[in-house]
Design a protein around this ligand. Structure first.
Ligand code: PLP
Length: 380
């Protein structure tokens, strides 16, 4: 057992870089060092490369290249959307949900704390889906931004954007969706979806860390939150992450090229693990949406109470399995997951989020069951 390779089932946190992505980035890591803002040859070469990447990405996402703003990742894209809406577009109210990623939630809380907006958190259904239908029946008196994630990163529950976004647009309500867990995993056409703004991050779909983007529909007048140089049409200052952008575009190309094959493969793995877990631990609970409408990369399971449960993740780590728990240690203080808390999952019982990628195998899933039994003990 000891010399078995480790198993990585934490792909919702970050995915391995695809070797083809690395190959595409290499020329810009080894050479291609020009600053895209420089007007000499090296600068023009870098500029041409990132504009080609922007064009390619826009084509996959069904948008215009001028609607894509490169950022340092999902967190910056979320901050960009929320802060720009308040500081540049006169938004006085933000409606969001208690299960958003902290990049949205803490930004909204910060803006509310500063007295710049009124904040409303929507109630949730049992699967952790914000109750969105009511948003379509309201009268909006003040300038409002609705920010709701496409798929939840702890539960995999998906929001039906196509049913929500067009209705909000009709009511002149700004709509932003954190699509960090879905762009690169579903065949998404942002124009068809009619979202106003969308955030994405390359490292969630086999691209590099530190590269992401915010899509902003051309109807929305963008204002900068990062000021400085004239990059990104004066709207996001800072020298562009050239290798990161090239890698992000390549990763998106690969994601769209092989999406159906990988989806089928990953669905099979998720099914296999879910079935084995439920057989072995019949009292276990699958959190969030457990239907085929959920995000196929995530399986969140709350296990029955057990001895030494606070050590479960450490034990699994020692045994060679990388997974996330339902809780995060922040600055040394052990806090529960705000998502599990919001849907009232008993956090005295251990929760594990398994998240898969195209690189995982059935053999790994079967070995995972063995490691779980070793760490948890068998219930049958
Ligand atoms: N939004 C969601 C839903 C995420 O899962 C993450 C990453 O965990 C982020 C935002 C932040 O993205 P990044 O790591 O690129 O800053």
């Amino acid at each position: 057992m000891a010399d078995q390779p480790r198993i990585y089932l934490d792909n919702a946190a970050s995915t391995p870089l695809d070797p083809e992505v690395l190959d595409a980035m290499m020329p810009y890591l080894k050479g291609g060092y020009g600053n895209p803002s420089s007007i000499h040859h090296a600068g023009r070469e870098a500029r041409a490369a990132i504009e080609k990447a922007r064009k390619q990405m826009a084509a996959f996402l069904g948008v215009s290249p001028s609607e894509i703003y490169f950022t340092s990742g999902g967190t910056e894209a979320d901050n960009f959307a929320l802060r720009m809406s308040v500081e540049g577009l006169g938004v006085k109210k933000i409606i969001t949900s208690p299960v958003e990623h902290h990049a949205v939630l803490n930004t909204a809380l910060d803006l509310a704390r500063q007295g710049k907006v009124v904040l409303e958190l929507l109630p949730l259904d049992k699967q952790g889906r914000p109750e969105w239908e009511g948003l379509l029946d309201r009268d909006y008196k003040e300038t409002t931004l609705v920010s709701l994630m496409h798929a939840n990163n702890e539960l995999g529950t998906v929001l039906p954007l196509k049913k929500l976004a067009p209705g909000l647009k009709e009511k002149n309500v700004l709509f932003h969706s954190d699509m960090v867990q879905t762009i690169g995993h579903f065949d998404i056409n942002l124009t068809d979806l009619e979202v106003g703004m969308a955030s994405a991050s390359a490292h969630k779909y086999h691209g590099p860390k530190g590269a992401g983007f915010l899509f902003v529909h051309s109807d929305i007048p963008v204002t900068p939150i990062l000021t400085g140089g004239a990059q990104e049409r004066n709207l996001r200052a800072g020298t562009e992450n050239v290798p990161g952008i090239i890698g992000m575009a390549k990763a998106l190309e690969l994601a769209y090229r092989d999406m159906q094959v990988h989806r089928k493969h990953i669905e099979g793995l998720k099914d296999r693990l879910r079935t084995s877990i439920m057989k072995q631990y019949p009292e276990a609970i699958i959190n969030g949406d457990d239907s085929d409408k959920a995000l196929y990369t995530i399986l969140s399971v709350t296990f029955p109470e057990m001895a030494n449960q606070e050590m479960l993740l450490f034990q699994l780590d020692i045994l060679g399995l990388d997974v996330s728990g339902g809780s995060a240690c922040t600055s040394g203080s052990h806090k529960g997951s705000h998502v599990l808390e919001a849907i009232q999952i008993n956090q005295d019982h251990p929760t594990i989020r398994f998240s898969f990628s195209k690189y995982n195998t059935e053999e790994e899933v079967d070995r995972t069951m063995g490691l779980l039994k070793e760490a948890v003990g068998s219930r049958q």
